[in-house]
Design a protein around this ligand. Structure first.
Ligand code: BGC
Length: 352
């Protein structure tokens, strides 16, 4: 292990205010712990909600890689969607002497307790992908989730300017679902007000479960005598459930469906014609940014951001990366060009 002496850099608030551009807030994440100036390797704890969706396996592997590339260590745990387990796991990480905690909350409100516990131990906390509500969280690093919803609605509204819409939301415990839904309705509301489109079904999906999304979509079809013209689902897993319900009625490929995550199964459905679009979020960019900031903050550096997001308690210094809408048309130029999936995986060896 190389011995390291870390310089602590404090920026003046005045300097930060000068950097403030019109309409943007400059926020700062102030280190609450004594800066690390000892010879220990920085150790980051990564507390994940779940590894259920394909993307989280990428987050797990790429975050580990990014932290190790920075010469630091990471301990990763996943709570299988269990709030009590996520709390216990985080407490264990804190007891093990991590220098900073990165957390993907299962429950935006319940995880505030983890932030308090970490802060009492002098450990800063970064909310990763999902915001922790009503807590003094130190930094939030994610994609612009409102933009995700806007991209979904824009793509679907282009294809279906009039008709009956179904909205299949995500898990209400996840703050992202509210941002995504806000984005969707930013775009749809004028068309709703004109009477061009009608929301005939609008339901959350407990724990983002594809099975629940299938049941919800089955209910939506039955309640509307199959007279549905478009579906916006909060992610690709729920879009998968929706498309199964459409398949059961012989309607898959007839009704535009939007999702997000660019999961392999969704990319295959898009080129196969049963899903219209997804929103690609380059996970590697997220993991690299989060890892770099985690290590800097663990070393006692002050991190500044140009954006902030209110979490009900404070304006959290935030970094929101840009999502990318993906259809069959730009599949090769986006997810495949980035190496997120291979062409063979998406199109099949015979069609590559
Ligand atoms: C993430 C999505 C993911 C969903 C379910 C959301 O918070 O932003 O990418 O599909 O959780 O895990």
């Amino acid at each position: 292990m190389n011995k390291k002496i870390h310089m602590v850099l404090f920026l003046f608030i005045g300097l930060m205010l000068t950097a403030c551009t019109a309409g943007e807030t400059v926020s700062k994440a102030v280190p609450e712990k004594t800066p690390v100036v000892d010879e220990e390797t920085i150790k980051i704890g990564f507390s994940m909600d779940t590894l259920k969706e394909e993307r989280w396996l990428k987050d797990q592997a790429l975050f580990k890689e990014a932290i190790e590339d920075l010469g630091a260590e990471v301990e990763i745990v996943a709570a299988n969607g269990d709030d009590a387990l996520q709390l216990t796991q985080a407490e264990t990480l804190i007891q093990q002497g991590i220098d900073l905690l990165v957390i993907v909350p299962h429950n935006a409100e319940a995880t505030a307790a983890i932030v308090h516990t970490a802060h009492r131990a002098g450990i800063q906390v970064i909310a990763y992908d999902r915001l922790v509500k009503n807590a003094d969280i130190d930094l939030y690093v994610s994609f612009d989730n409102e933009r995700v919803g806007e991209m979904q609605a824009t793509a679907i509204l282009d294809l279906v300017p009039k008709g009956n819409y179904v909205y299949i939301g995500g898990a209400t415990t996840d703050n992202n679902v509210h941002l995504i839904k806000k984005g969707v309705f930013n775009v749809l509301q004028p068309a709703i007000d004109r009477g061009d489109i009608k929301i005939v079904y609008d339901q959350w999906t407990e724990d983002w479960s594809p099975e629940k999304a299938f049941l919800n979509m089955t209910e939506a079809l039955a309640a509307n005598n199959n007279q549905i013209d478009a579906v916006i689902a909060a992610n690709d897993a729920t879009a998968g459930g929706v498309i199964q319900a459409l398949e059961a009625q012989g309607l898959a490929g007839e009704i535009p469906v939007a999702g997000q995550d660019a999961e392999l199964a969704a990319a295959q459905r898009i080129v196969g014609g049963t899903q219209t679009m997804t929103v690609y979020k380059p996970i590697q960019t997220l993991t690299k940014q989060a890892a770099a900031l985690a290590v800097r903050m663990a070393k006692g550096e002050t991190v500044t951001t140009v954006r902030s997001v209110n979490n009900g308690k404070i304006d959290v210094p935030s970094i929101l990366l840009a999502p990318i809408p993906v259809t069959a048309e730009n599949m090769r130029d986006t997810v495949i060009a980035d190496g997120f999936h291979t062409g063979t995986d998406v199109y099949g060896a015979a069609n590559e």
